[in-house]
Structure formats: structure tokens, C-alpha cells
Design a protein around this ligand. Structure first.
Ligand SMILES: [Zn+2]
Length: 538
């Protein structure tokens, strides 16, 4: 948080016992190394909430909530960071630090750093159009940047040799290192960015405070950023914000995309209100900066499992910032694309469709609960209800939280109603998911084409239905019968995959790292669907 001295929060953590603070709200019992109690963040009767005094953190094995003394006060009392610090400071008998003006020394230092960054940017920009930069220029043109864009975003090229270290001989080495441009090694100073396409990172005033360098030879990581310095704090910096601020005001919203190149392409192609975090997940600080500019936010994520996970995280972070005037939405770019590709293939109109189709936060959370739990069953509904309650609990605006609860209660009631109705109409014989027409067709095939049935014996047995008796005569020739069996098998396989996916999505909501498994299942689903389509069109 701007203006906060990290030393002060460290001091708080050092002075206060997390066990003392937690046990004012939750009775704790010591067992082994940790203290245990019933989790204040989800409903439970047996304690799965543990507090570790030495390490200063808490963790719930039931719902996955964890954090330190400050986040505990924020979450358990719905306070923002500053309010939580104030309360803890009072408990620790510490005076809150004032927002003290920067010392003249610090101001002078920062000015000199900004100057160094500015000169470096100018040199990088020039280099891009020199022979060394040919490769980089070719790459950036290929990515759809014209020279106006290169100029506006001040894109440049950092050469292979230790260019800055050699060129800035009149600058104090300590200052060069303090900007993050150079490091000191065994053989003297060397450049942090070598052979990179350089994207300057600006502060809100348009001064360059850091760089993001993209590798050009295919080496990983694709991007390296200036590490945190006195000038630059990654958690608090949003890429593109200096260019987008006025547009956010005019558009009455911001759009948040995942990558820097996406943000630039969006800004230049009809969505000047777009920004991106810096290769890291979104933080409270990012949201706080955006909310100060405008409370309406459209998050635009890739449609893959990683994008879904990022969206769920963004949803968690944005909750405490919600007010009745906020409109927060979630859009997904599907088909393995990102906004940059959508703009190239379908233009601004294609992108507008995606942004306009963004789900409201209420719907997004509901869909998340539906993806994770089977709300058509009583157990699933209970789990979904707990999940939603836990999420909504993070909304600090009491009236708004009430509205959300009301909305979900009525949706849950509808689900319950549907379930009751289906239960009353359900046939008494329990043939799981195989209707009588399907059953009759299978009996017909078994009688008429025993050799085909033999071939699919294992699958037929797995359906767990009776194939005895006579079925009405059907107009099903041999190839059609075989096709029928293959497609039924595929459908059953798909059903199984969907159930697996749902279970994994549920685990993901509680923090498990199953994105890889989900991606694998999605691949299988796509494959099975395309086989099914092919079969049907035959
Ligand atoms: Zn819990």
C-alpha cells in the first residue's frame, strides 16, 4: 500500500502474537506444534484451522484460507489494509506512521534514477533502428506494431554486449545498480537486459520506472522485468495505466487483460481503457489503483484452465472492493486465443463481442459454483451454498453482501424446486441414465446382430442394464447398429469426462493445482466430441 513503510508492518508482525490475535475470535487449543480451532471462514464442527506461532501464519485445511496476522484481521473483520493496520497498531501500542513527505535526499535520488531510465530508454529506442536491432525490429513489426506504436510505447532494443554498463561511465555505479539496469559480477558491471526487445514500464505520471525485456532467441523466460527497486514496485504497477487513465474515465470502465502486448494492441485498436498486470497475478494494490480510477472493471482472461484459475483469483481479490456502484465482469477469450490474436483475426468487432458478452460477477460466481458442484443434488447444493457464502463473505459492504446472499438464495431455491419436480416425476425403476428407448435399441441390436453385441460386450456390461427380452422391431441395418453403439460409447465416455472435469474444477476452487489435469481432460473432450461429430455426419 502506497506510503506504508514495510518496516512498520514487520514491526507489527514481530510485536504481536498471531495466536493472541486469532484467539480473541476463535478459541484455540495447542496440539503438537500448532494451535487448532474451528475455522472462522467456513462452517465446521471439527477444527481444521491451524495457527503457527513461530511462522506467524494461519492455514485452514478445510477451506484453504491462509495468511498472516494482517490478512486475518482484514478477512475476519472485513477491514481494508489500512484499517487492519490501525487496529493492530493500537493493540501493539505502536503509533501509526504518518504519510511523511519524502526526504530531499530521497527525492533527489529518485530524480536521478528517473533520468538514468529516461536516457537508457532513448538509447534502446535508437538501437532498435540500428543494424544490431534488425532482428528485434523485424519481430516487433511481425507482431503487428507499426512505427507510430513503437514510438508511442517507446519500444527499444537492448544489445547483446554490456552496453549500459560501458556507456554510462559518468553515472555512479551504485545508482546504475539501484535502477536495476546493471548488476555487479565477478568481472565488474554487467547489463541486466541483453539482447532483449525492451518495453518501458511507466508510472502514472508517464515516467519510466522499469523495463520489461522480451527474449528474441526463443529462450525462457519469455519476459524478464526489472526487479523491485526504490522506484518500481511490481505489485503496485499496472502496465499501460498512464496511457489508459483518461480513457478509463471516458469509457467509464477499465479492461484488464493478461499480457502487455495484449494491452498495447487493445489500446491501439479501439479499447484505450485496457491495462495489464506485469506478468504476475493481480494484487490488491492493482485493484485498488483501478477502483480509484473507476469502479467498473471488465476482466478479460484466456479461456484455458489457467485463465479460469486467474479469473477465480481476480474474483477473490476484487470482492472487498465491491460497492453498490461497481460493475465487475468476466470475459473469456476462447479457442486457445488471446486478445492480440482476436484483434488480428476478427478485428475490434470480434473483440467487442467478447467484451460485451462478459458475465456479471453474480453470474460468474454462480457459474463457478455450478462448474464445481452438482447443484441438481442436495449434497451438491449444500457444497455450492457453502462455497458461495465463503466468497460473498469477502464483500465488505454489508448491504451489498445482503443483496448477493438474497440473489443466490433465490437461485438455489429454483434449483431445489427443479430437483423436487424431477424427483416426483422420476420413474420408479432405477436405470441410471439409460432411457427405455436406448435400452430397447440395445436389446434389438443384441438379438439381431449378436456378433456386434459380442464385440462391444464389455461396454454393454458396463451400462448395467438388462438386455433380456424382446424389443420392438426396428429399422436399423448392420452399419447403423454399429454406428449407434460407437456413438453411445463415445457419449458415455464424454459423460464420464465431464464428471471428472467437474470434480477437478471443484478441487481447483479449494486451491488444488489441477490445471494440468483439467487441460488434459479438455483435450480428451475435444477429441471425443470431434470423433462424435464425424460419426454423426457420416
Ligand atoms: Zn476454513
Amino acid at each position: 500500500m502506497a506510503g506504508f513503510d514495510r518496516n512498520f508492518t514487520d514491526e507489527l508482525r514481530a510485536r504481536l502474537s498471531i495466536v493472541d490475535v486469532v484467539s480473541r475470535r476463535v478459541p484455540l487449543v495447542k496440539k503438537g506444534q500448532n494451535y487448532w480451532g474451528c475455522c472462522p471462514f467456513h462452517n465446521e464442527k471439527t477444527p481444521s484451522f491451524s495457527v503457527n506461532e513461530d511462522k506467524g501464519f494461519y492455514h485452514c485445511f478445510g477451506c484453504g484460507e491462509h495468511g498472516d496476522i494482517i490478512s486475518f484481521v482484514m478477512k475476519s473483520q472485513n477491514l481494508d489494509f489500512r484499517a487492519a493496520i490501525t487496529e493492530l497498531a493500537a493493540a501493539a501500542g505502536l503509533k501509526m506512521p504518518d504519510y511523511k513527505p519524502k526526504s530531499p535526499d530521497q527525492v533527489a535520488r529518485e530524480e536521478s534514477y528517473v533520468q538514468i531510465m529516461e536516457s537508457a530508454a532513448q538509447i534502446y529506442q535508437k538501437k532498435l533502428y540500428e543494424p544490431d536491432g534488425a532482428n528485434a525490429l523485424e519481430y516487433v513489426h511481425r507482431r503487428g506494431f507499426n512505427d507510430d506504436m513503437i514510438k508511442k510505447y517507446r519500444i527499444g532494443y537492448a544489445p547483446k554486449n554490456n552496453f549500459i554498463a560501458n556507456k554510462f561511465v559518468n553515472v555512479k555505479q551504485d545508482n546504475l545498480m539501484a535502477t536495476g539496469l546493471c548488476r555487479r559480477g565477478e568481472y565488474g558491471m554487467y547489463d541486466f537486459f541483453r539482447d532483449k526487445l525492451m518495453f518501458p514500464i511507466f508510472n502514472a505520471h508517464g515516467q519510466i520506472i522499469a523495463f520489461s525485456g522480451r527474449s528474441l532467441d526463443g529462450s525462457e523466460p519469455k519476459y524478464i522485468n526489472t526487479t523491485d527497486t526504490e522506484l518500481f514496485h511490481k505489485r503496485r504497477t499496472i502496465f499501460g495505466f498512464n496511457f489508459a487513465r483518461d480513457a478509463i474515465h471516458r469509457a467509464n470502465r477499465s479492461i484488464v487483460v493478461e499480457g502487455q502486448i495484449d494491452a498495447i494492441q487493445m489500446q491501439c485498436n479501439g479499447f484505450p481503457e485496457t491495462v495489464a498486470p506485469l506478468g504476475t497475478a493481480l494484487t490488491e494494490d492493482h485493484i485498488s489503483i483501478l477502483c480509484k480510477a473507476n469502479r467498473n472493471i471488465v476482466f478479460c482472461f484466456d479461456g484455458d484452465a489457467a485463465g479460469q484459475k486467474a479469473a477465480a483469483r481476480a474474483c477473490d481479490i476484487v470482492m472487498p472492493f465491491l460497492r453498490d456502484a461497481s460493475d465487475v465482469r468476466f470475459a473469456f477469450v476462447t479457442g486457445g486465443k488471446d486478445p492480440d490474436e482476436v484483434l488480428k483475426t476478427s478485428g475490434a468487432d470480434g473483440m467487442r463481442k467478447i467484451i460485451d458478452g462478459a458475465a456479471s460477477l453474480v453470474d460468474f460466481l454462480w457459474n463457478l459454483a455450478n462448474a464445481g458442484f452438482t447443484v441438481s443434488t442436495p449434497n451438491g447444493r449444500t457444497q455450492a451454498e457453502k462455497f458461495l457464502k465463503q466468497k460473498i463473505g469477502k464483500i465488505s459492504d454489508v448491504t451489498l453482501r445482503g443483496e448477493y446472499e438474497h440473489e443466490y438464495d433465490s437461485r438455489m431455491f429454483n434449483e431445489w424446486h427443479k430437483w423436487r419436480k424431477s424427483k416426483n416425476n422420476a420413474p420408479k425403476i432405477d436405470l441410471p441414465q439409460i432411457d427405455s428407448i436406448t435400452q430397447n435399441t440395445l436389446i434389438f441390436i443384441t438379438n439381431k446382430y449378436p456378433d456386434i453385441a459380442e464385440q462391444y460386450a464389455e461396454f454393454l456390461a458396463s451400462l448395467n442394464i438388462s438386455l433380456d427380452g424382446d424389443a420392438p422391431d426396428m429399422n436399423l441395418d448392420r452399419p447403423a447398429a454399429e454406428k449407434y453403439l460407437v456413438s453411445l460409447k463415445l457419449q458415455k465416455y464424454l459423460e464420464k469426462l465431464y464428471i471428472q472435469r467437474k470434480e477437478l474444477a471443484g478441487q481447483m476452487l479449494t486451491g488444488a493445482d489441477v490445471a494440468g489435469k483439467i487441460a488434459e481432460i479438455d483435450e480428451n473432450i475435444r477429441d471425443a466430441n470431434s470423433r462424435l461429430e464425424k460419426l454423426i455426419s457420416m
